[in-house]
Structures are given as C-alpha cells and as structure tokens.
Design a protein. Structure first.
Lengths: 190, 291
C-alpha cells in the first residue's frame, strides 16, 4: 500500500520527486524550507538573494533528485550540502564578501519567526546551540567562518591572524565535539 | 601527529569545504588509496550538516513556494506534452471506403434530384481526402514538434554543459586574477642534474601568499612518488605541497606561501618524495631557483 506523503522519509520523497511527483516536492519544500532558508540567509545576509537561491535549490532538487544516492548519505545531508554550496557559490559570484555583517538583521529573523516548526527540529536547534555555546569561543569562530562564510583554512588563519596548524586543530576538535554530542540516533531523527 | 589524526583533519576540513588547495590534492590521493574513507567523509558531512540548525531561524515568503511549484508544474506539462508525441503515427489509420457506382436506371439528367445524387459521392471522396490529408498533416506536425523538442532538449543539455565549462573557467580565471596584483612576483626554477631540461615558473602574491607553480620537462614520477615544492627562507625548508607531472612532463600546483617564506631571498626547490609528501626533504632535487 502506498505511504501517505506525510509518512514518507526524505529519501522516499526524493525518489518520488525523481519520478516527477510535484506533491512530493511541495511536501519536501514545506518540511525543509525553514532550515534551508535560514542557512542560505545566514550566508548571504540578503533576503531577496536568499529567496532566489532557495528557488534555485528546489529547482535543482527537482532536476537532480534522480542523482541522489541514499547509500552515500541521508537526504537531509544532501539537501543541506546542496543549499550551502549554492549559497556560497552565489556569494562568490556576487563577490560581496563585505556583507556588512548585519547582525541586527540576522537577529531580527529570530524575532519574527512565528511559524510552527516540528518539535524535533526545535529540540535539535536548542541542542546544537547548547553544544556550540560549550565550545571555546575560538573553536566556535572557526566553525562559523568555515561553514557560514565559506572560508578556507588558510583564509581563516589569515583573518584571525592565527597559525594554520592551530586553525586545523581547532576545526578538528570542534567538529569531533559536535559529533560526540549527537549520537547516530539523534542525527537520524532529523 | 598520528596519520589517523591527520586523515581525520583532512576529512573534516573537506566536509566543511574548507580544505586548502594543496591539502585537497593530498586528500584526493588518500581517498584513492583508501576508498573506505569515503564513508567517513560522508559521516563528517552529516555531522557538519547539523550546523545548519545553528543559523538564526527565518522563513521565506510564500511567493517562493508558488514560483517553485509553478515552474515544476510547467516543466511536467511540457514533458507530458512531449511524451504523448513520442510515437506519432505518420500514416493516418483512415482508409477511404470504395465507392460503388451503379448504373441508375432511372437516370434523368435534367432533374435537380438526380444532379444532387450524382454530386454526393464526389463530395464524399473529397471530404475523405481532406480528412486524410488533415490527419497526415497533424501527424507530421506532431512528429516535427517531437523532433524540435528533442533538439531543444539536446540544446538545453549543451547549454548546461557550456555553463558548467564557463563556471569552471570563471573559477580558474578568478584564481588567476588572485595572482594578478601589484604585489605579484615571480621566480624561475631551473632543472638540475636529473632533469637538465626541466624548468618552472612560480608566481605568487607577496601580500596574500597565493602561489601558482607551473613546470615542464620533469620525468614522470615513479609509482608511489610525487614532486614536492619547498620554500627555503631559513635553514628549515617549508613544504608547499605535492604534485605530479603528466606524460608530457608538465605539472602545476596551487598553494600558499607562508608569511615567513615570502622573502626575496627565499629559494624555491622541487624534490622527488613519497607521494603523501614529507615534512622535510629527503629525495633528489630536480628544480631549484635559477640564479
């Protein structure tokens, strides 16, 4: 018997999308629009650009779902990697590294977020915020610069005026801590 | 540092897309030698993916959803239209019925009713011929549309491929442009005893340290070996990364020169080393800054 769309896993939705099922794409969009848009907006810091990139991402999902290989990773990871990569490509294309770090704008996003997110995602958000807060500040910074600014280790080293070796160690330690804090079961819940 | 930790460091940096160009080559070699590490890389990507949840929460406007769904709907409709035209029938399956002409024993050529009865079969043939012609035309039109759609599909594919080429060219150009600054300097390297005809040019930006080495005339490195670039500003040589020369003796390397090594007195050298690279030179020197 066919599964109701709400019961489908990400991988099953991607399979259906590969078979040109519009409802599955709509459902996948609803499931991840907030997570993905938040990442893209955090990277681009420009709402209009972020919406444009989000649109591109889902069109790419529509066209490339058939290339998704669940034996190589989970659907969520595929989507997040794709989104981050598109956003970083866009920012490089725009050559707008001098995003005048509008922290005020970023923080506002939190305030206006009045929509409902799945409880599990909310819990994970709280958990990741806690884990990151427990990391030494310099490790947090390295992760942020790599993940949200798309900087290479050398660029981070130059930006922070810290030796490259130290940056590599900080990055490694921070990521290991992150992994230890999220068991496989917790990661799979996403 | 243990090998395992070094590998982990490379995999984590790769998962974060933060790997330096020279380390990228090292990782590629590592993955080729140990394909089982791909699973580890995927695992680190999964961990790194959790950082997505640390972004401040924001929701896109409703029009994004509308646009996406409208576009995919249109895409499906176009596909559906073409799917129906995949096997058009060129020959219409309509056969003109044979028309029997019978002698009309009551034939009265001057009466209107007979004139009509004589005209009927003539119009019927004409109508059927028109119908057949129309069907053939429609089928031909369908076939033509199908062919055009295939051409469009092919062209779209070519456009995508060209776009990809353009993107990679732009990336290359951007990388090259990074080196074209007022701070750019170059150094020539000349071949030594084992490769007297070899030569190389190293271009680097004194401010950022971004460097590009291009070599030619080097022999192909033996199995398990690769060439390694060194910066020698003091007594301790610093590695600039490993590379291989192709069958034509050409090779290239992009990397960064550490701040302490960006001096006019720095000597650049290339030695033959184990393909993973070594912390200090151990092999024969093939190229050295030309004086």
């Amino acid at each position: 018997m066919a599964l109701a769309i709400v019961q489908k896993t990400d991988e099953q939705l991607l399979q259906a999308i590969a078979a040109r099922d519009e409802d599955s794409l709509a459902f996948l969009y609803d499931r991840y629009k907030v997570i993905l848009f938040s990442v893209v907006l955090r990277i681009l810091n420009n709402r209009e650009e972020a919406e444009d990139v989000l649109q591109e991402i889902f069109l790419q999902v529509w066209q490339k779902a058939k290339d998704f290989d669940e034996t190589r990773g989970r659907g969520f990871t595929w989507l997040v990697t794709l989104s981050r990569s598109r956003a970083i490509d866009r920012i490089r294309a725009l050559a707008s590294r001098q995003r005048t770090a509008d922290e005020s704008l970023i923080n506002k996003s939190d305030e206006v977020a009045s929509f409902e997110e799945e409880t599990i995602v909310k819990q994970q958000r709280i958990k990741i915020a806690k884990v990151l807060a427990e990391l030494p500040e310099e490790q947090q910074k390295v992760l942020q610069l790599a993940y949200f600014e798309g900087l290479s280790q050398t660029e981070i080293s130059e930006k922070l005026a810290v030796p490259l070796g130290t940056i590599k160690t900080r990055m490694r330690n921070a990521t290991i801590k992150l992994r230890e804090s999220f068991s496989d079961r917790l990661r799979a819940l996403l | 540092m243990k090998n395992e930790e070094q590998n982990q460091e490379l995999l984590i940096a790769k998962a974060l897309d933060s790997l330096n160009v020279s380390d990228e080559q090292t990782l590629q070699q590592l993955l080729e030698a140990h394909p089982e590490l791909y699973a580890d890389l995927e695992d680190w990507r999964e961990t790194v993916g959790l950082l997505a949840l640390s972004a401040p929460v924001a929701e896109p406007s409703a029009k994004v959803r509308e646009n996406i769904l409208a576009m995919i709907k249109q895409d499906n409709e176009v596909d559906g239209l073409f799917d129906k035209m995949v096997e058009p029938k060129v020959e219409a399956n309509i056969q003109p019925q044979p028309i029997e002409f019978k002698a009309d024993v009551n034939y009265k050529p001057e009466t209107e009713s007979n004139l009509i009865s004589l005209k009927r079969p003539t119009w019927s043939i004409l109508q059927k011929m028109i119908a057949v012609a129309a069907c053939v035309s429609v089928a031909f039109l369908g076939f033509s549309l199908w062919k055009v759609s295939k051409e469009v599909e092919k062209s779209n594919l070519e456009i995508v491929q060209l776009k990809q080429k353009l993107e990679s060219s732009q990336i290359e150009l951007a990388k090259t442009n990074e080196l074209l600054t007022p701070e750019t300097v170059s150094a020539s390297l000349a071949g030594l005893e084992d490769a007297p005809n070899a030569k190389a040019k190293l271009i680097y930006d004194k401010a950022t340290g971004k460097a590009y080495l291009v070599v030619e005339g080097l022999p192909v490195a033996p199995q398990g070996k690769a060439y390694q670039l060194w910066f020698i500003a003091s007594k301790t040589p610093v590695s600039g990364g490993v590379f291989k020369a192709n069958a034509n003796g050409k090779g290239e390397l992009r990397g960064e020169i550490p701040l302490n090594e960006r001096q006019s007195s720095t000597i650049f050298a290339v030695t033959l080393e184990p393909e993973q690279g070594v912390p200090a030179p151990t092999g024969k020197m093939f190229l050295k800054t030309a004086l």
